[in-house]
Design a protein around this ligand. Structure first.
Ligand code: ADP
Length: 482
């Protein structure tokens, strides 16, 4: 058994902006089941403080002359102990974890997450007298990047693992930030935290962690190539022998069509006929024409380039000429929101865009749709295609990252050998997207084949158990090697 400090800037159900929140909300529980003593470290944002109970102050400290309390509580719905870094000057404000209510990143993000990292380092080095010290510090994404770098300066320290959930977000700040944060001078060099004369939090994690993981095997390979690495392919290639890919699982308590209380009608692979009740319920909810036979394509996503909105918009006019309904739920870049809203005005009979973040509606869209659109330009793992598979909603995806690892194209051969569970684009173009949708629509007209694809999709094992075991094996290796 190892003691694991799992460090994340978000965790469902307390605070979530994307896939990292889902992972941090469920991997720690899965690690507990593998007999690891896990504590989850989170910033104490207002929503986190509001939604946790039985809080206890464990320690007090101060970083950059700002007072910090370390509060112990529990991740709701689990047995996982959470440790909250309560620094009101950094975290007690309205808006999101990284940006304000208008989507603008907080100006002091470097300071905010440096405080978070210092607290983690003090726990790791047993400076806060918690009576508990980790053997492993498992860091996630740039917000925790300084931790491996700062710990590397100590002889007696826990081993560190750094997981890349999305290399596109790096936490890069101007050079002066390095001095402003009083970071140790020996970290500032080309093989350290310096990134083209700037301070990079993610590079600090990648350069100094004992082990690096990406959230799918294919993404772990892709990020060795310039196209996917945002200038970090050199460093990652150099660290290749310490880099591996471990696929995310899904939280089957929250994402299970057989028990999902958000749905109009629960169903499973033996009662697939009931699935369409969710379609008519959603059509009613969103004021779309009610017709259980019309194929529905769903999408729940951040509205950003990564999720394929450029090729979707190029193809949208043609897509909406087809006999289908398209429903998109998302928030993000306003130019995408505006264009999608324009399309909705022109095609109210078969297109609905709901701008906003809505967990319940996300579940209903997954259950109601027949197909799920995810033509990402890159996808570290992707959770929505996994939820879609679980809900018998066949994903239409590009062959990148975790999408390539989990979706098997409905080619004639794969249908014959019953491995097919979705549709994979041959390239990232709008014409190929149209081809794939046409192919999906034509298979939809053959219910026996469609049902076989759905059953294969729903039978896939995407639980956390296998991934948690892989992480435990990696922890053991890291501990042995330091
Ligand atoms: P990413 O982390 O790149 O955003 P993932 O597919 O890994 O993509 O995870 C996205 C998670 O966020 C999923 O759980 C998805 O359902 C959720 N999500 C994204 N946008 C919304 C939204 N507008 N409303 C509700 N849930 C959303």
């Amino acid at each position: 058994m190892s003691n694991v400090l799992f460090v994340s800037s978000e965790a469902f159900p307390l605070i979530k902006t994307g896939g990292l929140g889902d992972v941090a909300g469920s991997l720690p529980s899965a690690l507990l089941k593998q007999a690891q003593d896990v504590r989850l470290l989170l910033p104490a944002y207002p929503d986190v403080l509001k939604n946790t109970t039985k809080k206890k102050i464990l320690a007090k400290s101060s970083y950059y002359y700002l007072d910090v309390e370390l509060i112990e509580s529990r991740l709701p719905g689990t047995n996982v102990t959470v440790l909250l870094v309560n620094c009101p000057a950094a975290f007690d404000r309205p808006g999101g974890p990284y940006s304000n209510q208008f989507g603008r990143e907080w100006d002091d993000n470097a300071l905010r997450f440096a405080i978070f990292c210092h607290a983690a380092v003090d726990i790791a080095l047993n400076k806060l007298n918690l009576n508990w010290q980790p053997d492993i510090v498992h860091c996630n994404d740039w917000q925790s990047g300084l931790i491996p770098a700062l710990l590397s300066l100590h002889k007696k320290r826990p081993a560190t693992v750094f997981t890349i959930h999305n290399l596109a977000y790096q936490g890069v700040f101007e050079q002066s930030t390095f001095a402003d944060l009083h970071l140790p001078g020996e970290l500032w060099h080309m093989d350290g935290v310096e990134y083209y004369n700037q301070l990079s939090f993610i590079k600090a994690g990648l350069a100094y962690a004992d082990k690096i993981t990406a959230v799918s095997p294919t993404y772990a390979k892709e990020i060795l190539e310039p196209e996917y690495a945002y200038g970090l392919d050199g460093l990652l290639s150099h660290r290749k022998q310490h880099l591996s890919g471990i696929l995310n699982g899904i939280d089957e308590k929250h994402w299970n069509p057989g028990t999902d209380n958000y749905l109009a009608q629960k169903y499973n692979r033996r009662s697939l006929a009931k699935k369409s009740i969710n379609k008519t319920a959603l059509q009613k909810e969103l004021s779309l024409p009610i017709n259980q036979d019309i194929p529905m394509i769903g999408m729940v996503s951040r509205l950003v380039e990564q999720k394929g909105f450029d090729i979707i918009l190029q193809a949208l006019k043609e897509i909406l000429k087809m006999p289908l309904q398209l429903v998109i739920l998302g928030t993000g870049e306003s130019h995408y929101e505006l264009k999608l809203c324009e399309f909705e005005k022109q095609h109210p009979e078969n297109f609905k865009i709901v701008v906003g973040y809505n967990e319940a509606l996300a579940h209903r869209i997954e259950a109601a749709s027949d197909m799920y659109l995810m033509p990402s330009t890159f996808e570290p793992c992707g959770l929505n295609q996994l939820y879609s598979l679980r809900y018998g909603t066949l994903p239409i995806v590009t062959a990148v990252g975790g999408l390539a690892d989990t979706v098997i194209n409905a080619s004639e051969e794969n249908i014959r050998n019953t491995t097919a569970n979705g549709f994979v684009l041959k390239n990232k173009s709008s014409s190929e997207l149209l081809n794939c949708i046409k192919n999906a629509l034509s298979l939809y007209q053959t219910p026996e084949i469609w049902q076989q694809l759905q059953v294969t999709a729903m039978s896939g094992d995407f639980s956390w158990e296998a991934s948690a075991k892989s992480y435990v094996a990696l922890y053991q290796e890291a501990i042995k090697e330091i």
